[in-house]
Design a protein around this ligand. Structure first.
Ligand code: ADP
Ligand code: MG
Length: 260
């Protein structure tokens, strides 16, 4: 060691090394280490582990913000006993590292309030926790942005945010009736992602057979579905709406008070 020990400005050095968590914790940990007779190795290990944990959390927070989720929901918050068709085990490959390493895709279909968006967000959030980047968009937003960019000759640049992230969620396909070139721009996104083996998660309230009509192009709709399902799974959500889960009881109450 060349520098004289104990004469440097430790805070400044930790700052220069970009170790803010160690800088924040070392003084307190020094007192604890002295009181407990902690080994030098353990002391250093605790500081290093805290710095790493804090960095991981900072990255997750930043990635979640960049993903632009409409709300943040986890898979643990999903009540699998509520709807009748999808079980936790069926989502296996979507929740592990294979989602990104193998570019697995998924389509969640079903009527409103069945948890399609919740599951898509939860899968993308898990990918962020596993170290990947995700981006959430509605089909409407994606088609609008890309159709507009295509008209003004800027399609290539506009594709970037949709093709780049490891995981892309395209929410609510089929809620709107789309313009004539919707199928084209959607196909561009899906086929580039398919070639790059990137994960795409789509939610739709329409049966897959109806997407040709929604997109005004049966061939392109089929080509889109083929690519999504080649390394992907279609999950149909059935059962009652979670959003209106209490309405039945309310109705019963009303019926009782009406009768009274
Ligand atoms: P949609 O199928 O229309 O996309 P969402 O996924 O947005 O519906 O679900 C609507 C609301 O109900 C959300 O707040 C979501 O978290 C909640 N929800 C839906 N299904 C479940 C479920 N099985 N367990 C817990 N919350 C659910
Ligand atoms: Mg939804």
């Amino acid at each position: 060691m060349s520098a004289a020990i104990g004469t440097g400005d430790l805070d400044a050095m930790l700052k220069r090394l970009h170790l803010p968590t160690i800088r924040r914790l070392y003084a307190e940990l020094t007192l604890r280490a002295e009181a407990e007779g902690m080994s030098y190795r353990d002391f250093l290990e605790i500081l290093a582990a805290e710095e790493i944990a804090h960095r991981a959390q900072t990255r997750i927070t930043r990635s979640v913000r960049r993903a632009r989720f409409p709300y943040l929901r986890t898979i643990d918050e999903f009540d699998f006993t509520f709807q009748t068709s999808v079980r936790m085990q069926m989502l296996g490959t979507l929740l592990g590292p294979e989602l990104v390493s193998e570019g697995r895709s998924a389509i969640f279909s079903g009527p409103p309030g069945r948890g399609k968006t919740h599951l898509a967000v939860a899968v993308a959030y898990r990918a962020i926790q596993n170290g990947s980047e995700a981006f959430f968009t509605s089909a409407d937003e994606l088609i609008g942005a890309l159709s507009h960019a295509a008209l003004t000759g800027r399609l290539e640049a506009a594709l970037e945010p949709y093709v780049h992230p490891h995981v892309l969620v395209i929410d609510e396909l089929g809620y709107q009736s789309y313009a004539a070139d919707a199928a084209n721009v959607l196909f561009r996104v899906v086929s580039i992602r398919h070639l790059k083996r990137r994960s795409t998660i789509v939610t739709t309230n329409k049966p897959l057979a109806a997407l040709g009509q929604v997109l005004h192009d049966a061939d392109l709709a089929e080509a889109i579905l083929d690519r999504l399902l080649e390394r992907g799974t279609h999950y149909v959500l059935r059962g009652r709406s979670y959003r209106t889960r209490n309405h039945r009881e309310e109705l019963t109450q009303d019926a009782i008070s009406d009768a009274a």
